[in-house]
Design a protein around this ligand. Structure first.
Ligand SMILES: Nc1nc2c(ncn2[C@@H]2O[C@H](COP(=O)(O)OP(=O)(O)OP(=O)(O)O)[C@@H](O)[C@H]2O)c(=O)[nH]1
Length: 475
């Protein structure tokens, strides 16, 4: 099981270096747009432009459609998990789509009313950066209650607010302050500052889950796209690059949303691989201990199912199974085995004289004496009220007779104590041997029973083997 979970045997220094390298890779990846911005800023003529309205409209329409779809998927995730971050992300995407769409719609106004064309871009990015920041601040808060998630009113209110922003932007674009650089810069700069703040908080809070790593990289892209927009002029390469950087961040974040949708539907409850490995190791350790417990319980149940509850001796079923095993062994050329059939004498009168409880105690003591007289791999079974059987593997009839005689004598010479009174107990025993007395379980047990009956008939307290009796005086 340990092979599945790699226990870390690498030195701490190596682990540290690998971690640092992983962080450098992520940072290097997150800052790819920065290299491109730097390249264009230092090596490209900023007056070079690519003004293609159709291309712009197609690009913004694609972004709007993709954004609408991502908004819907994010909303579904939120409805399912109630993760507060997803609520704010849904609103962020929704606000972005409802405002940014007009940036595409007014492409044709680029030469008539440049601000109506331009201002929807920074406004959409500002709104989205505000909502993502608020979302981050709600990270790891408890899920929103199911009935709250379903309410349509808050969503409609937000849609109304976004449409108000659309109207406000149109108003500003048509007002004299529209051409003031501060208007555009305050929105784009605001988006840059808020996105940078979001990334800083994420890093300071050391949030490391896989989806939040995607979140960090995406918001870094949003911040860098705002920077590129600030450095750009409409239609120049920096301006197009700014669009592309934003689109890259957006698509990456939507990839995170898709991953959430396909797994836990939550951004917060996606674990890093390290966390997953720890959780998996814990779950496997738990499963292993549960399995051991189950095996123990099964063994106990198996033992109980094969045991007589009063005396602890095997029961008849278990005894038969063991005799079958011995028959198999003798058939494969093993030494013969013998069987003793035992019955306590006049047990009814013991019960009558001393009571049933004393009778029970005597039965238990009798089994203990049997166990003391036989080898560990021999077996004692209770097959009736005061009837027992003993299996003696690899034992001839003569050897079995000796053991039976020893046991009979031990029992007859012992005092059985019950309720402070002692009594003498005797036992009659019939002996049979596999091969000599038959090859089947029925034949061998029947012969032992017949000899036991014979022992009773002959006067009890005796061992009968091959119908020769070893007579003992009655006590
Ligand atoms: N105390 C007690 N007595 C039991 C138990 N099972 C059976 N007995 C009793 O064992 C007695 C068996 O009586 P019988 O079959 O007449 O045989 P016996 O009195 O031993 O006489 P012989 O076998 O002919 O020597 C009955 O009185 C049963 O009630 C038990 O679990 N506990």
């Amino acid at each position: 099981m340990n092979n599945l979970i790699a226990t870390d045997e690498s030195p701490e220094a190596v682990r540290l270096m690998v971690r640092v390298y992983a962080y450098l890779l992520l940072a290097g990846f997150a800052f790819v747009p920065a290299y491109l911005i730097g390249y264009l800023y230092f090596f490209q003529d900023p007056t070079l432009i690519f003004e293609n309205h159709l291309f712009h409209i197609v690009a913004i329409t694609t972004a709007t459609l993709a954004g609408s779809f991502v908004t819907y998927v994010t909303w579904r995730c939120y409805q399912s998990s109630g993760d507060p971050l997803l609520r704010w992300m849904t609103l962020g995407f929704l606000g972005f789509v409802l405002i940014y769409a007009l940036h595409g719609a007014f492409t044709g106004q680029a030469h008539h009313n440049i601000w109506l064309f331009l201002l929807y871009g920074p406004a959409s990015r500002l709104v989205m950066s505000i909502l993502l920041l608020v979302g981050l601040l709600s990270y790891h808060r408890p899920p929103v209650a199911a009935d709250q998630r379903m309410k349509a009113r808050p969503w409609l209110t937000w849609i109304g607010l976004f449409l108000l922003v659309d109207v406000a932007v149109a108003y500003v674009a048509n007002s004299p302050i529209a051409s003031n650089l501060a208007v555009r810069l305050s929105m784009e700069g605001g988006a840059l500052v808020l996105s940078t703040l979001t990334v800083t908080i994420l890093l300071l809070r050391r949030i490391r889950s896989p989806l939040m790593t995607i979140f960090i990289i995406s918001v870094t892209a949003f911040a860098l796209s705002s920077l590129a927009f600030i450095l750009a002029r409409p239609w120049n390469h920096m301006w197009w690059l700014a669009h592309a950087i934003f689109a890259g961040g957006f698509f990456m974040l939507s990839y995170g949303v898709v991953q959430a949708f396909l797994t836990t539907r939550s951004f917060s409850k996606i674990y890093s691989q390290e966390e997953l490995m720890v959780r998996l190791a814990e779950a496997m350790a738990y499963a292993e201990s549960a399995l051991q417990e189950l095996q123990r319980t099964n063994q106990e149940l198996g033992h109980l199912a094969a045991t007589d509850p009063l005396t602890g001796a095997d029961n008849r079923r278990r005894f038969m199974e063991r005799v079958e095993v011995e028959i198999g062994r003798t058939k494969r050329g093993g030494a013969p085995f013998s069987v003793l059939a035992l019955d306590l004498d006049n047990f009814k009168s013991i019960n009558d004289r001393f009571g049933h409880q004393v009778g029970d105690d005597i039965l238990k003591s009798f089994v203990e004496k049997c166990l003391d007289s036989i080898r560990p791999y021999d077996g004692v079974a209770r097959v009736g009220g005061e009837e027992f059987m003993i299996l003696l593997p690899q034992t001839s009839l003569e050897g079995a007779h000796e053991i039976a005689e020893r046991l009979r004598s031990t029992v007859a010479n012992s005092s059985f104590h019950g309720q402070q009174r002692s009594t003498v107990v005797t036992v009659s025993i019939g002996v049979s041997q596999s091969g000599r007395d038959g090859d089947t379980i029925e034949a061998i047990l029947r012969t032992a029973d017949q000899r036991l009956y014979h022992a009773k008939h002959e006067g009890r307290n005796r061992v009968v083997t091959t119908f020769k009796t070893s007579l003992q005086p009655m006590p």
